[in-house]
Design a binder for this molecule. Structure first.
Ligand code: AMP
Length: 281
């Protein structure tokens, strides 16, 4: 595995590989890798000839009061994990390389980028859309893999690719969970043992919603009330939102008539946790 930190070097490596007819698969991350990330990497290996993983903690997607400075980082450990997976390139640029002095362009996915998490993290998805577009232009992959855990992000990336006619196929990878149900996340590192236990309220309430839908409940209002009630039983949980949304437009639905996504964001201690589940009528 080689590490590339310069944009020009990354672009020329990819250009060479493309000339050799290789199919390039890309997994963008912010590092501090866990089994969720590694599952995307293993998926990537089955889909092409060369796998590129980026590790870049993107300052543009953190609001000023968020955890950019303290976001967990461990490049040495990430390197070992990726080397073991047998990927081809770890792209790890500096913030100055990505946003040099005088940088001024950003991308806004207007509608999808204004819903759900955006209401609590102003500017977040503008930062995400911008870095994803930039990374796509630097890495030049044929295919890129994103996790369903960040469902709104996944839909925003798909929209961006459609709107800007980027010749990149986007693959969605299912959410990887701890054995007790907690969705894996780099930010789980913020949880102390008591908060870690409390964090199970997210997956528990999603399972409850799934059971309700299976029993025939179609009314969004009832499902949302029950899920919110379940989350509120957990005294350490501060609910940001619980929404039942259309899987593509991300607009709220009143009735579960076709598969929809139950999405939630909850703060526990210092951690802001998100999770979601597809509900089928
Ligand atoms: P991050 O490093 O948090 O920006 O995540 C990088 C990629 O990994 C994104 O596409 C995430 O959706 C994906 N990802 C993070 N956690 C998980 C998980 N538990 N299961 C599946 N994918 C995940």
């Amino acid at each position: 595995m080689r590490m590339i930190q310069q944009i020009a070097a990354m672009q020329s490596w990819s250009e060479n590989q493309r000339c050799l007819g290789r199919r390039l698969v890309f997994v963008p991350t912010m590092g501090f890798l866990h089994e969720g990330h590694l599952s995307l990497v293993r998926d990537a290996k089955t889909r092409g000839d060369k796998v590129i993983v980026s590790i870049f903690v993107n300052p543009a997607q953190f609001t000023p009061e968020e955890d950019y400075a303290t976001y967990p980082r461990d490049l040495e450990r990430d390197w070992q994990l990726l080397d073991k997976e047998g990927i081809d390139v770890l792209f790890n640029p500096s913030a100055d390389e990505i946003y040099p002095e005088g940088y001024q362009t950003s991308i806004k996915v207007e509608k999808l980028g204004a819903l759900l998490c955006a209401r609590f993290r102003p500017g977040h998805f503008r930062g995400v859309a911008t870095i994803v577009a930039k990374l796509f232009n630097i890495v030049r992959p044929h295919l890129a893999i994103f996790g369903c855990k960040d469902y709104q992000q996944l839909q925003i990336v798909r929209q961006l690719v459609r709107d800007l006619n980027l010749p990149i196929e986007i693959i969605a990878h299912p959410t990887v969970r701890e054995p007790d149900g907690l969705a894996m996340s780099s930010r789980n590192a913020y949880l102390d043992p008591q908060e870690r236990k409390a964090a199970l309220c997210l997956s528990r309430s999603l399972r409850m919603a799934e059971a309700l839908a299976r029993q025939g409940e179609r009314r969004a209002k009832i499902i949302l009330e029950r899920v919110t009630g379940e989350l509120k039983k957990e005294s350490l949980a501060r609910v940001e939102y619980v929404s039942l949304i259309d899987a593509e437009s991300l607009q709220d639905v009143d009735q579960l008539e076709r598969p929809a996504v139950l999405a939630l964001a909850v703060r526990i201690g210092k951690a802001r946790l998100i999770d979601n589940q597809i509900l089928k009528p």
